[in-house]
Design a protein around this ligand. Structure first.
Ligand code: SF4
Length: 329
């Protein structure tokens, strides 16, 4: 887990956004049964709000927000019955867990403003490692995982090379991801020379307007009017100094997940596209990054559409992405 993991504390009533608005929270079966059996006004309210659909139970929104959300920004369930009665989603958010069987990785989601502040303002530090009680069996190909773990360290180091402009660091990440994908596919692992890779990147780069980015994201599912408005009126600026922390967050979160389908490269392109889009949209960096996460990372259809587009969209080819990155170095 990242060093800041245990420092997270929900802002509750002081949260500038709130995870209780815009999302229909998925309620686990035990909590749903408990809520439906509650007596009194709270039970009546919960019975009216819970909705079963496709084998899941969801909390229906009222005027775009969770009906349990009080005017003071606090949760009615937590206030009346205590934190232990919250459903699993609300208890865990924004904590993330990815279980690989014999070990698991934990992190925080960028879609929460307080988590975003920790993710984007904490200096790079080694991951914290704690013993896992009762580890299970490894659920992955050990050789692939060893390659991914070692290459993730290299990717994080490339992103932290402050002497290089941000666009160059992301261009190097793209080429390093491509080379690691070849090794993952069974090719001969080769040493990675950033200087040689940069020459290759300059030779491959083709000019491309980054206006294609907001246009593409406008075609995805849109959750908030603010995101749609910002995509329609982008305000691009130079690279924000926190972009390296943003890219490290994506690399830390997604790199090892390639062990499930051997597709590292679309995840690397996801990272690069996200950083380019957030730069293109502009505005308050922390808010733009948090909104991106809320709109894209928390919507499985949007994630899939972006991973597909990483391979198929005519403006997201390697040469054009390198053009956008090196032009904006
Ligand atoms: S978005 Fe984060 S800080 Fe805000 S209420 Fe939810 S968990 Fe708390």
């Amino acid at each position: 887990m990242p060093e800041y993991f245990h420092r997270f504390q929900c802002l509750a009533g002081a949260c500038p956004d709130s995870c209780c608005q815009g999302w229909e929270v998925q309620v686990d079966a035990d909590s749903a049964a408990r809520y439906r059996a509650l007596p009194g006004a709270l039970g009546d309210c919960l019975r009216a709000a819970l909705r079963d659909a496709d084998g899941e139970t969801l909390m229906t929104l009222a005027e775009g927000r969770c009906p349990m959300w009080r005017r003071d920004g606090l949760c009615r369930i937590q206030a009346e019955l205590g934190e232990g009665v919250l459903c699993r989603t609300c208890r865990e958010f924004p904590r993330l867990t990815h279980d690989y069987g014999d070990f698991m990785e934990q992190g925080l989601e960028l879609s929460c403003p307080e988590a975003a502040r920790l993710i984007l303002t904490t200096a790079p530090a080694p991951l914290l490692v704690e013993d896992r009680p009762e580890p299970g069996e490894a659920l992955y190909d050990r050789e692939a995982m060893a390659l991914l773990k070692a290459s993730r360290e290299q990717a994080l180091a490339l992103l932290s090379e402050e002497r290089r402009p941000m666009g160059q660091r992301l261009a190097l990440l793209l080429l390093f991801g491509c080379q690691t994908q070849t090794a993952l596919d069974g090719g001969e692992p080769a040493p990675f020379s950033p200087e040689d890779a940069l020459e290759t990147a300059k030779a491959l780069a083709k000019p491309c307007s980054s206006q294609a980015l907001p246009d593409f994201f406008l075609g995805l599912e849109l959750l908030t009017p603010e995101w749609a408005r910002r995509l329609r009126s982008p305000d691009p600026g130079p690279w924000d100094g926190r972009t390296a922390a943003l890219a490290r967050y994506f690399v830390q979160r997604y790199w090892l997940q390639a062990v499930s389908d051997y597709d590292l490269y679309s995840r690397v392109k996801f990272t690069v596209l996200a950083c380019l889009l957030i730069r293109e949209v502009g505005g308050d960096f922390l808010r733009t990054a948090q909104l991106f996460s809320k709109e894209i990372e928390n919507d499985v259809d949007n994630v899939d559409a972006l991973l597909d587009a990483a391979y198929t969209h005519p403006a997201f080819t390697d040469d054009k992405l390198l053009g956008m990155l090196l032009e904006t170095s």
